[in-house]
Design a protein around this ligand. Structure first.
Ligand code: OGA
Ligand code: NI
Length: 358
């Protein structure tokens, strides 16, 4: 119970908002996007080029194969340093599970609004459920997106009231998938630790119990896509994140060298990115890169994002093994305080991690 309380304290609340999927189907060519969704900054910061950029590809099968491991681990290091993002292929998550879960997610979002609202956020302090997060005022601009947000690990902290019972395979597939992601994260941590000069046991300890949440995102198409933002610019306040493109509709953009670029993901690859926690632990060797999601006129984008977090009780600070004889580039803060700061404000780029820079 104590742990449950700690989790609820650290994640805050979010105001209820209109359902965007319903809104998107109700507006037509003669009506406009409501003011609350109009985002001038999307125009101010347009994508630098309409070309889709392919992220570095990391092959998990090679990473764990003695013959290729060193070479692939070097590629991983470079991808983490230069991009903060990569695509993970040959990851070993069973094909039938990937396909089954994708069908379940798509079916869930295609259900009538009343059915989805059975899982709506309940202001229980954990921001789990169907709705939106980071909404703290009635004046605030809103993202063109609905989401279902659930805590999946540790298993003892699951609140099944937010887990849809239909489609009937959904819960079981989420459970299996959650474990697969945990295994992938553990494996990646080993190589990331070695790449930044830390014993793998240090990362294993920091991420023990593998706290994990999953967000299922539904970005409806929009007749005026230049006016709205699907997902506000942000970096992830996690150790490591996995994004799965559920229906292969692109829209993810990352900020590289100051400019927004379109990312194209290979089918069934995970788009993996390092979060703020890893940036701090690694003393900035790796950066958590800002990203956002834009919409289009034709197709809904459906994605799954899963965040792998450290143990709730840790102090966040650059690891001494990484600092060596150098200086820390970030101050220290408890993980709980960091998360409180993250959820107590609108999504706003990398502002929380920036406050810790020395
Ligand atoms: C996120 C995120 C990207 C996407 O949920 O943090 O960046 O494509 N999602 O949905
Ligand atoms: Ni993100």
């Amino acid at each position: 119970m104590a742990t449950q309380e700690m989790h609820s304290q650290c994640v805050g609340y979010s105001l209820p908002v209109p359902n965007v999927q319903a809104l998107a189907t109700s507006i037509n060519k003669s009506s406009l996007v409501p003011e609350r969704y109009v985002r001038p900054e999307a125009k101010v910061e347009p994508v630098a080029s309409t070309d889709d950029i392919e992220l570095p590809i990391i092959d998990m099968a090679k990473l764990i194969d003695q013959e290729f491991s060193n070479e692939e681990a070097s590629k991983l290091h470079l991808a983490c340093q230069e991009w903060g993002f990569f695509q993970l292929v040959n990851h070993g998550v069973p094909e039938d599970l990937m396909e089954g879960l994708k069908v379940d997610i798509t079916e869930f979002f295609s259900k009538p609004l009343e059915e989805k609202m059975a899982y709506k956020q309940d202001n229980d302090g954990t921001i789990q459920g169907y709705g939106q997060v980071f909404v703290l005022s009635e004046e605030q601009k809103l993202d063109w997106c609905d989401m279902l947000y659930i805590m999946t690990r540790p298993v003892a902290l699951r609140n099944m009231k937010y887990w849809p019972t239909s489609p009937p395979t959904f819960r079981d597939n989420i459970d299996r998938f959650s474990l697969e992601l945990t295994k992938l994260a553990s494996c990646l941590w080993n190589y990331i630790a070695k790449n930044v000069g830390v014993a793998p046991e240090v990362f294993a300890q920091l991420f023990k119990d593998h706290p994990q949440v999953i967000r299922f995102n539904y970005y409806p198409p929009c007749l005026e896509p230049d006016k709205v933002v699907g997902h506000s610019p942000h970096s992830d306040a996690t150790g490591i994140s996995f994004v799965l493109h559920v229906n292969d509709v692109q829209g993810l953009q990352i900020r590289k060298d100051g400019e927004w670029i379109n990312i194209k993901a290979l089918p069934n690859a995970f788009v993996v990115n390092l979060g703020d926690i890893t940036e701090i632990l690694s003393n900035g060797i790796y950066k958590s890169v800002e990203h956002r999601v834009m919409t289009n006129t034709e197709n809904a984008r459906i994605s799954l994002a899963s965040f792998q977090s450290p143990d709730n009780s840790i102090m966040l600070r650059p690891l001494p093994e990484v600092i060596g004889d150098g200086k820390p580039n970030y101050g220290s803060i408890s993980y709980q305080e960091f998360m409180k700061a993250f959820f107590d404000k609108q999504l706003d780029g990398k502002s929380v991690v920036d406050t810790l820079k020395l």
